[in-house]
Write a protein that binds this ligand. Structure first.
Ligand code: IPM
Ligand code: MN
Length: 363
């Protein structure tokens, strides 16, 4: 399996090394060879060459790899984020990765900022539309910089775009034995664009009878995510609302460093990245929490059909978090590297134990 790895910038480089370490460990245990190709794109490369991605970059990623893994992008030396936009948003758009799959799963009660909420209360998935909305950058500035400036940023909602993301949410629920899909919009104020979300959601709800469909306005949803997150199983929403609520979701899991994501086009080369940014202040200091990065790698393997491998990583991460073998963000004293070592060792040790158990059963 060929995987393009773009460690990117800042702590992206630190956490990607650990995700790669864990993928290699799981590969050894399950007898799989992963061909991980490290690609240099990021702030340094851009500053040295003026190139964010080469001209054939998107086609190369799409045609030559089974998946793409990205650490994080962003660097204070490039204030307009040009390279990050090209690499991250560019790949989402050019590869038409219309599903942004962001699980919100609390691993340990200790880490939840809400009182008396445990892993059984915070366990849902957000599907964020990933190819349209306000992110298409349709609009313009007129008389920019003057007191008469007018700035327009249009939100694009297409039937095709809304339909495919909402459908994905229902199909995911069905395939995973989940019973509830909630759609969030702002159709009370955005009565044009979000009327389309209402229409599509009504049409698709009718087709998935086994799934309970409900709706909240996005502002009410943020309130309910804090008040009673246990009520959610699958949430589907637009690009910007999904961006915002998944940062809130990350905190429900214990911090931005915990959260994983996949940018998917089912059946095609897709891209995986932790939700957090490049946090230049912490770069290279061996302090960044690699959990979100490692869980993003698990999501990638799951997407590639390697369910057991993904589950083994998730179980090891959970055990490391619960036993506080991790960085300060999870209440531990380990560094980034030592956390990766710990998770990798757990996967390898678990394998030894399983083999010994199997041997004993045989005898
Ligand atoms: C995310 C990030 C990006 C987004 C930024 C870096 C453009 O916040 O992946 O959530 O808004 O999608
Ligand atoms: Mn975000």
């Amino acid at each position: 399996m060929r995987i393009a790895v773009i460690p990117g910038d800042g702590i992206g480089i630190d956490v990607t090394a650990e995700a790669v370490k864990v993928v290699r460990a799981v590969g050894r245990v399950f007898g799989r060879t992963f061909d991980l190709e490290m690609l240099p794109y990021g702030a340094d490369y851009f500053l040295q060459t003026g190139i964010s991605l080469p001209p054939n970059g998107y086609a190369m990623l799409r045609d030559q790899f089974d998946a793409i893994y990205i650490g994080a992008l962003g660097d204070p030396r490039i204030p307009d984020m040009r390279h990050a936009r090209d690499i991250l948003l560019g790949t989402r758009f050019e590869l038409d990765l219309y599903v942004n799959h962001r699980p919100v799963r609390l691993l340990d009660e200790r880490l939840c900022p809400l009182k008396n909420r445990g892993p059984e209360d915070v366990d849902f998935v957000v599907f964020r539309e990933n190819t349209e909305g306000v992110y298409v950058n349709v609009g313009g500035r007129f008389k920019a910089g003057t007191p008469d400036e007018i700035a327009v940023q249009e939100e694009i909602n297409t039937f095709k775009g809304v339909h495919r993301i909402v459908k994905h949410a229902f199909e995911y629920a069905e395939a995973n034995g989940l019973k509830k899909v909630l759609m969030a919009d702002k159709s009370n104020a955005m009565t044009q664009g979000h009327a389309l979300w209402q229409r599509v959601f009504a049409e698709l709800s009718a087709q998935y009878g086994g799934v309970e469909a409900s709706h909240m306005y996005i502002d009410a949803l943020t309130m309910q995510m804090v008040k009673n997150p246990a009520q959610f199983e699958v949430i589907v929403t637009n690009n910007m609302f999904g961006d915002i609520i998944t940062d809130l979701g990350a905190q429900l899991q214990g911090g931005l460093g915990m959260a994983a994501s996949g940018n998917l086009h089912p059946g095609r080369t897709s891209m995986f990245e932790p939700v957090h940014g490049s946090a230049p202040k912490y770069a290279g200091k061996n302090v960044a929490n690699p959990v979100g990065a490692i869980l993003s790698a698990a999501l990638m393997l799951d997407y590639l059909g390697l369910k057991q491998e993904a589950a083994a990583i998730e179980a090891a991460v959970k055990q490391s978090v619960v036993s506080k073998n991790g960085t300060a963000e999870i209440g531990g004293t380990l560094g980034t590297k030592e956390t990766g070592d710990y998770v990798a060792r757990l996967i390898e040790r678990k394998d030894m134990k399983d083999r010994t158990d199997a041997e004993q059963t045989k005898n």
